[in-house]
Design a protein around this ligand. Structure first.
Ligand SMILES: Cc1ncc(COP(=O)(O)O)c(C=O)c1O
Length: 443
């Protein structure tokens, strides 16, 4: 047993860890035992500054007392109730609060348990909506290269990360992909939104010309791609996508699983960019990562189409999860929304953005750094791959930072950062300092 392995975790065999190098981890495990605010405590008692808000989700910081108390209270009062044909009030309260927070008339909310399920829900609603309107030929879904929409078959089909797709055979039929928006050649070291690349949205016109609009149901994109390494939308890109979708009767879905709940200094990316999608998927920050929850927001006329389309007294959408609107998730969500509001955390993210931007761009000129990207409280620091060993440099920097007391994330050779919105400026500086040292020390 490794000296770091805590009691209770003395057999590492059974747990098949997600998106992890299981064998490497089990040979050299790293355990997080507790958390508070901006820090984890490891099993051997070290403090680790969390530079990624758990996994882009703990936007209010770890173990916040009002959220913890709300979950405790709810667990003792109503642990579970189905939402199929009966309901509990707190789910309606949560949906109403979310509707009030969302831009435009994205005021109908379908609950699930994760981002992947929120995406599946959105894709299914889009397909069913067209069918209800008598346009059942609109079955094609358009995603984007390098997009990440979770790991369900719907999500990996419209997603564009090859490792997440190539092992799983035939995915959904009738899917096409827009080109990725990032270009090292044209956009490297942009601060905020790059000036180059809006024209890449016009590729949707090519896809429409190829397949005909009458076969296309929806386009799904992350307004800012997170998992592929923080790919910031070029100025004007999302606006163009919206205009082309409108021209051809195609629904536009924003996957805001990462960008929702303050990550970009506004409640949603849709608000920051002033572009209203027809559907919006969320999860993660909705409960500040405390209890799993996903939510798919739908514009009112879509919901109304379903209500009008069903026989009187009949079920309007044959879709839902045992844990849709789970009481614990709703309680956690309401307490989280209160905290975001009471502490002005979305505004705080916006206020910190200039300092954050300057700090991360201070890494320019370090060895191997070929790009730095940022928006809101996110950043991607891309390093050149080591010849013949893509990802090795990223893994090494991750490990050096962890050993030095800062948790970052790596995707290939890109380091991704997305701290909780409660972060203080000296903590931002510490993250960047740690990274500078780790990058410098990495061959
Ligand atoms: C944009 C986006 N969509 C969907 C997902 C999937 O969410 P989950 O892991 O909760 O299923 C993620 C997760 O990172 C995401 O970033």
């Amino acid at each position: 047993m490794d000296r770091d392995t805590p009691a209770g975790a003395n057999n590492l065999d059974a747990y098949w860890m997600p998106f992890s190098a299981n064998q490497a981890f089990k040979a050299d495990p790293r355990f997080l035992a507790s958390a508070r605010g901006m820090h984890y405590t490891t099993a051997d008692g070290r403090q680790v500054l969390d530079a990624i808000a758990g996994l882009w989700c703990v936007n209010a910081g770890h173990c916040r007392e009002p959220i913890v108390a709300a979950i405790r209270r709810q667990a003792g009062e109503l642990d579970y109730a189905t939402s199929f044909q009966v309901a509990h009030p707190i789910a309606f309260e949560m949906a109403a609060r979310l509707a009030a927070l969302a831009p435009g008339d994205l005021n109908r909310v379908f609950f699930s348990n994760s981002g992947s399920e929120a995406v599946d829900t959105a894709l299914k609603i889009a397909l069913a909506y067209h069918r209800l309107r008598g346009e059942g030929s609109r079955t094609r879904l358009i995603g984007r290269e390098r997009g990440y929409h979770g790991v369900g078959f719907g999500g990996i089909s419209v997603g564009g990360i090859v490792n997440n797709r190539k092992m799983f055979g035939t995915l959904l039929a009738g899917v096409d992909h827009l080109p990725a928006t990032h270009s090292l050649e044209h956009n490297a070291f942009s601060r905020g939104q790059p000036a180059w690349g809006a024209h890449l949205a016009d590729d949707l016109e090519r896809i429409v010309a190829l397949h005909d609009a009458s076969t296309i149901a929806a386009v799904i994109v992350e307004p800012m791609a997170g998992s592929a390494g923080v790919l910031v939308p070029p100025k004007g890109y999302l606006e163009r996508l919206r205009a082309i979708c409108d021209r051809h009767g195609i629904l536009l879905i924003f996957d805001e699983v990462i960008t929702g709940f303050g990550r970009l200094g506004a409640a949603f990316a849709a608000e920051r960019f002033g572009v209203l999608p027809d559907l919006m998927t969320t999860a993660k920050g909705i409960t500040s990562g405390t209890v799993p929850m996903g939510a798919t927001f739908v514009r009112q006329h879509l919901y109304d189409t379903f209500m009008a389309g069903a026989p009187t007294g009949g079920i309007e959408l044959f879709h839902g999860y045992t844990y849709s609107g789970h009481p614990l998730a709703c309680a956690a969500g309401l307490a989280t929304l209160d905290l975001y509001h009471d502490e002005g955390l979305f505004e705080r993210a916006a206020m910190l953005e200039p300092h954050w931007q300057d700090a991360v761009h201070g890494l320019k000129g370090r060895p191997h750094v070929i790009d730095i990207r940022n928006l809101g409280l996110t950043a991607g620091i891309e390093m050149a791959a080591r010849p013949g060993a893509p990802g090795a440099r990223g893994a090494e920097v991750f490990r050096r930072c962890f050993d030095g007391g800062v948790l970052v994330r790596f995707t290939g050779d890109t380091i991704a950062l997305s701290p909780s919105l409660i972060i203080e400026k000296p903590q931002i500086d510490r993250i960047v300092e740690m990274l500078a040292g780790a990058i410098q020390a990495t061959a």
